[in-house]
Write a protein that binds this ligand. Sequence first.
Ligand SMILES: Cc1cc2nc3c(=O)[nH]c(=O)nc-3n(C[C@H](O)[C@H](O)[C@H](O)COP(=O)(O)OP(=O)(O)OC[C@H]3O[C@@H](n4cnc5c(N)ncnc54)[C@H](O)[C@@H]3O)c2cc1C
Length: 394
Amino acid sequence: MSRVQLAIIGGGLVGASLALALQETARQRGWRIALIEPFAPGSEYQPSYDARSTALSYGSRLIYERLGLWQSIAKRAEPIQQIHVSDRGRFGAARLQAIEEGVPALGYVVENAWIGHCLWQALDADVIEWRCPAEVVGMQRLDEGYRLALNDETCLDCDLAILADGGRSGLREQLGIVVNVKPYGQSALIANVSPLEAHRGQAFERFTDDGPMAMLPLSDNRCALVWTRAAADAERLLRVSEASFLGELQQAFGYRLGALQQVGARHLYPLSLVEAQEQVRAHLVVLGNAAHSLHPIAGQGYNLSLRDTLALAEVLITSDAPLGDFATLQRYQQRQQLDQHMTVGFSDQVTRLFSNAQPLLTAGRNLGLLGLDLLPPAKRWFARQAMGMGTRNL
Ligand SMILES: Cc1cc2nc3c(=O)[nH]c(=O)nc-3n(C[C@H](O)[C@H](O)[C@H](O)COP(=O)(O)OP(=O)(O)OC[C@H]3O[C@@H](n4cnc5c(N)ncnc54)[C@H](O)[C@@H]3O)c2cc1C
């Protein structure tokens, strides 16, 4: 039986970021950290037309700067210079500009595979013990921690277990942690698209009666499309020919980037707002998508999880109490409560307001978008939320 001080279950972007945030302190204090992940990360990064991407907020850039990772991530990060928010077939529109907000970029679009590659390269095997490929299949509460049962029939004891195993966390259920689920009745269709004209760092958030869409600027003049549609319609769009797909997309998006010429592999994600009712117990933290999964249209999910991750690391690093101490973990939750509440609320409200074809609501959002463009304080508030800087001074 082996024992570590900290076991991070799930080596996705959130789990690996927490390992990095704790690495230096772990080295100094002699903590051993196990990072358990079923899928082996490739040691080589392969650029791909079909890769999924994430819009990192400006606040997330500042976090990765603090963790010493931004220089590597920046090599393949496409800056967002302007966000154009519009409503199809209506006159309301708003533009957020990096220059007006006094920042070099409103955010950055990066392929997930590249963020993962940078994280894995930065983790030091002397401190972080990769258990990969391995999966946690059971968790048992001990007096002073948890015993994890792995699928290779070994067990691992830890003082503090971090559940970062994603939105479909089976372990969360096993531990009896109840979740609130609000299905949106929509799916997000994801694909990379090449437009004829240069995107020049513009991101587009476009609201249509069928659901919101985002076109984000990627490297090599590609755009990352997130197109939200009713679940059955998204299924249909997954299957139509490339030419029909591009035709429908062009009609919904318009010609702001000229003709849309090529589309990569299409993927579908059914969407719900999922929130765990408990995020901390003695010796346990639920983190990342396992704690809250948001609608992707406002691009807030990972950015929020990264702020949670940094806050958790700071609380653990500055605490004198033993790892797993309940009061310390509660302090983490209290610190992030407002940020989580505001970000989840912002993302949910924007989604519901802009996914609705009712005349009163559409009139309201026309005024909202116009107001956003005309009223500097409203626009600044929206920009700060979109940049992931809403409730904290990052
Ligand atoms: C279509 C789409 C677009 C998005 N775009 C954005 C965006 O632009 N900006 C943004 O901020 N957010 C975005 N998000 C949200 C973002 O993807 C998530 O917040 C992020 O992926 C959460 O990471 P995670 O590490 O918590 O979970 P995951 O990425 O799901 O990672 C969980 C990890 O745990 C592992 N695992 C699972 N079970 C076990 C087990 N039993 N034992 C060990 N390991 C296990 C898995 O293999 C996986 O590697 C988007 C989400 C979607 C669906």
